[in-house]
Design a protein around this ligand. Structure first.
Ligand code: HEM
Length: 145
């Protein structure tokens, strides 16, 4: 396992990059969809774009980020307990996973024609994954505690 550590780390970073991109794009699509007429051209276009983004990028990238993240963890920390910064990082990754499933649930509501929040709400929500990822990267690179 340890001999693949660098590969696991590289694949982890590639998958979190794709996951991050998707998590930031979907709320923006929701904003456009919320402001569109239900059943109109823009609504249908955004539904299709969100569906494809979730199936082709978001879901596989999230699964790969977890698999390669846990593989990196096992390769590096098999002989010692994981440090505190890593536990906090895992907590933040779990938060992002919750955010991911919140978006999946909301997509279904929007497809049904419901508009649970305003376009402004979705534009602001778009910043949350970015802020959480800033914290994750600082923890992972500085390993402060
Ligand atoms: C999904 C669950 C996740 C798990 C299980 C996980 C696990 C890990 C582990 C064990 C390391 C330490 C690797 C090393 O030795 O440096 C690491 C590094 C890292 N992770 Fe994650 N991680 C996850 C999610 C994320 C997310 C969402 C991001 C995006 C911001 C991220 C970004 C990073 C970065 C930038 C590093 C530093 C790599 C380096 O220093 O070379 N991780 N991750």
């Amino acid at each position: 396992m340890a001999e693949y550590y660098e590969w696991f780390r590289a694949l982890h970073l590639i998958s979190v990059l794709a996951w991050a991109m998707g998590l930031m794009m979907v709320p923006r699509f929701f904003a456009y969809q919320t402001e569109a007429v239900p059943g109109g051209d823009v609504d249908l276009l955004m539904q299709k774009a969100t569906d494809r983004l979730m199936k082709i990028i978001l879901a596989p990238a999230m699964i790969a980020a977890w698999i390669f993240g846990l593989a990196t963890l096992t390769a590096r920390f098999s002989a010692s307990p994981p440090p505190a910064w890593l536990l906090v990082k895992l907590g933040l990754a779990a938060l992002l996973t919750g955010f991911h499933f919140y978006l999946v649930g909301t997509r279904k509501k929007l497809v049904r024609g419901e508009r649970p929040h305003s376009g402004r709400f979705w534009r602001m929500l778009n910043e949350i994954p970015f802020l959480v990822m800033i914290a994750i990267i600082i923890l992972a690179v500085l390993e402060p505690f």
